[in-house]
Design a protein around this ligand. Structure first.
Ligand SMILES: Cc1ncc(COP(=O)(O)O)c(C=O)c1O
Length: 399
């Protein structure tokens, strides 16, 4: 059951995820497509050599430009996101960098949401600045007010919703409409929701970026990124990826494709456990605030309810003031929540959010007390018990 719109064949996302990018009868009935490991690709004769080339965008000519494994994953991702075409690259960060550099050149201006993933922000103020692109960060809650920040040379408006670590929900349709009215390309990092819980192209986005490292792969063993576009914006992204030699490894592509098949069931479980933990945490005396747009009291709840089809398992938490050592005791006591970067795998995680100095126009009020939780696929009662034991250590009640 889903309130997602069906595609032109009447199929809904969970069905599309199971079907897209595979054709068993091309491979003697084998359900999954084969994994092509390739650098060199041989040509039959000089005519074949001349007729195939990377300028044709998805011909198989050399491993770096993609193989049938690459194209199978790309086809499945484009169908999943509801876009026209996808380009697979080696990480989510590469996907962000390719998406941005596809549409920006020296002298251009970029508007980037202040709550974007830290390494994404650094592409703006660090890397792109070296090539003559100026970046202005904007308040994630700006909505249609983005129009006031658009200059004659603004070419791209970059969004990430909800915000990394702080989870503000953006008014994507309002921002997209204002940006497109001024001829800007609208790029969204859609990793939190995955293609299932936010349909970027139904909300005016031109280019959607996924760190497929997270939910798409889902098992903490893959680095993979995807840029999905409309038909009109595909060629420029494909060319940028080719120009920079951005490519993805065959085994990671295969695991990404395999992850897609189960994304719907996994994500619903992540959502259910994430919401249960968020509600439980919101009632705890040790907790000042839970940052989860699925909670009725969250400032982003109305927008989330309007535009999203669900919530993933990633959310934030502000603890009440306590000595630093008490926070360490809490984290160190946890048995089921691992401490590590990334998220979107089957396991639960917690990490201090390290927000000090991480925002330019929207400084965060409690950087040293903010934590990020990823609700994994374990039994939520066990997860709750683990946090309960952690809180006892935070209060100094247990060694
Ligand atoms: C929202 C978001 N976008 C992009 C990335 C980058 O993905 P990757 O780690 O695959 O480079 C991350 C990584 O944590 C992320 O959280």
């Amino acid at each position: 059951m889903s309130r997602s719109r069906p595609d032109e064949r009447g199929r809904r996302p969970a069905t599309i995820l199971g079907r897209a990018g595979r054709n068993p009868h091309d491979h003697r009935g084998v359900v999954n497509p084969p994994v092509y490991h390739a650098s060199t690709v041989l040509f039959r004769d000089t005519e074949d050599l001349r007729s195939r080339g990377p300028r044709r965008l998805d011909d198989v000519v050399y491993g770096r430009f993609g193989t049938p494994t690459t194209f199978a994953f790309e086809e499945a991702m484009a169908a999943a996101e509801g876009g026209a075409r996808s380009v697979a690259v080696g990480s989510g960060k590469t996907a962000v960098a390719i998406a941005l550099t596809s549409f920006l050149a020296a002298g251009d201006h970029l508007l980037m949401v202040d709550s974007a993933y830290g390494p994404t922000r650094s592409i703006g103020f660090g890397w792109l600045a070296r090539f003559g692109v100026e970046t202005t960060f904007y308040d994630p809650c700006i909505g249609a007010g983005i129009a006031d920040l658009i200059r004659d040379n603004t070419r791209v408006v970059f969004l990430e919703s909800p915000g990394s670590l702080t989870f503000e929900v953006q008014d994507v349709p309002a921002i997209a409409a204002a940006a497109q009215a001024r001829g800007c390309t609208v790029i969204l990092d859609n990793t939190w929701a995955s293609p299932l819980f936010f349909r970027p192209f139904e909300h005016g986005v031109d280019v959607s970026v996924q760190a497929a490292t997270k939910y798409v792969s889902g098992h903490s063993d893959v680095m993979l990124g995807v840029v999905t576009t409309t038909e009109e914006t595909h060629a420029v992204v494909r060319k940028a990826a080719q120009a920079l030699g951005a490519t993805a490894g065959p085994d990671d592509l295969y695991l990404g494709l395999r992850g897609l098949r189960t994304l719907d069931v996994r994500l619903h479980r992540h959502m259910e456990s994430g919401l249960a933990l968020a509600r439980w945490l919101a009632a705890r005396p040790e907790v000042e605030r839970v940052l989860h747009p699925g909670l009725e009291q969250d400032p982003g709840h109305a927008l989330w309810k309007r535009d999203f089809l669900g919530a993933s398992g990633l959310f934030g938490l502000i603890l009440r003031p306590a000595p630093h050592a008490a926070y360490d005791a809490f984290l160190n006591a946890l048995q089921l929540f691992g401490m590590g970067y990334s998220w979107g795998g089957f396991e639960s995680l917690i990490i201090p959010s390290m927000l000090k100095g991480a925002r330019e126009v929207t400084p965060w009020p409690a950087p040293e007390r903010t934590f990020r939780i990823h609700a994994g696929l374990e039994d939520v009662v066990d997860l709750q018990d683990d946090l309960e034991a952690g809180f006892a250590c935070l209060r100094g009640e247990t060694a």
